[in-house]
Design a protein around this ligand. Structure first.
Ligand SMILES: [Mg+2]
Length: 288
């Protein structure tokens, strides 16, 4: 065991995918409501208000395990409270709806997974800088993955993007029940007794996870940050202490892309996963 450890988030950190996933989550929640009696909370004649509420839930929970995100976005949609609750009872809905929550959860999970699979096949790539720097860091530090991606998908995703699993002492994701968030995973790494632990992430929420676990944070904003990281860690771990917020351009991207998918659904012509990810990527620069 080396005396310092670096843990990496996966989506948006080692693989360029974070913004797409935000649209996938918002749409998957909307589509799951539309397919069940949770549709009573939607306003299909004008979905803008619903999308704003879903967006508020998303912005506070990017990087969280997917079922925590579902609970937070539903809570935001139904009550304008963008916080995670124990679903379904924390959503305070009628008993008949609570009984249907399993169906909402399943539909959301299937929709979200299908969109992610389509995007991963066609668009998501590992950052070349990360593929180059991570093996170099493994020489001096113990490396871990601490991700919100479900554990069973995480190892496949890692291999698919060309990362050698032998570089990591632990590859840990969320469990299927939505537990084991990154704070818990980072706490597990810290408990091994390292002199210093650094979490490398992309979402503002990653900073909260790092703080909760009592470890440092380095933010990946663009690929060049991996080169900065490699230089900085040799002198001692950096620590980003200030939270950052989403820009209006970021919000416009989530809003406009999700609306495109929702409008097709409301028109009775829902896009296939491949069509949906193509729609998210067309004129990407113009939207972002
Ligand atoms: Mg991330």
């Amino acid at each position: 065991m080396k005396d310092r450890a670096i843990a990496f988030d996966f989506d948006g950190t080692l693989v360029h995918s974070g913004f797409d996933k935000g649209v996938h989550i918002m749409y998957a929640v909307y589509a799951a409501c539309a397919a069940t009696r949770f549709r009573r909370f939607l306003h299909p004649h004008d979905p803008r208000g619903d999308l704003e509420r879903l967006l508020r839930g998303l912005l506070q929970h990017t990087g969280a395990p997917r079922f925590q995100q579902l609970a937070a976005l539903l809570n935001s949609l139904i009550h304008d409270r963008p916080v995670v609750v124990e679903a379904p009872h924390g959503l305070e809905v009628d008993p008949d709806l609570a009984a249907e929550y399993d169906c909402v959860r399943r539909t959301y999970d299937v929709t979200y997974t299908a969109l992610n699979d389509a995007a991963a096949r066609k668009y998501w790539k590992a950052y070349p800088a990360a593929l180059e720097i991570v093996p170099r860091l493994a020489v001096d530090f113990d490396l871990f993955i601490a991700s919100g991606v479900p554990q069973d998908m995480l190892e496949d995703d890692l291999a698919r993007h060309g990362y050698d699993r032998r570089l990591f002492q632990g590859i840990w994701g969320a469990d299927r029940q939505g537990g084991a968030d990154k704070a818990e995973l980072l706490g597990r790494i810290k408990a091994r007794g390292y002199r210093d632990v650094l979490f490398v992430g992309d979402a503002s929420r990653d900073l909260e996870y790092a703080r909760t676990a009592g470890v440092k944070l380095f933010r990946i904003k663009d690929p060049e940050d991996f080169h900065s990281l490699a230089a900085l860690v040799q002198r001692g771990f950096p620590n980003r202490a200030e939270p950052w917020t989403w820009t209006e351009t970021d919000k416009r991207f989530f809003r406009s892309k999700t609306r495109r998918l929702v409008e097709a659904l409301l028109a009775g012509r829902p896009l296939s996963p491949t069509e949906a990810v193509d729609a998210i990527h067309e004129e990407r620069r113009a939207c972002r």
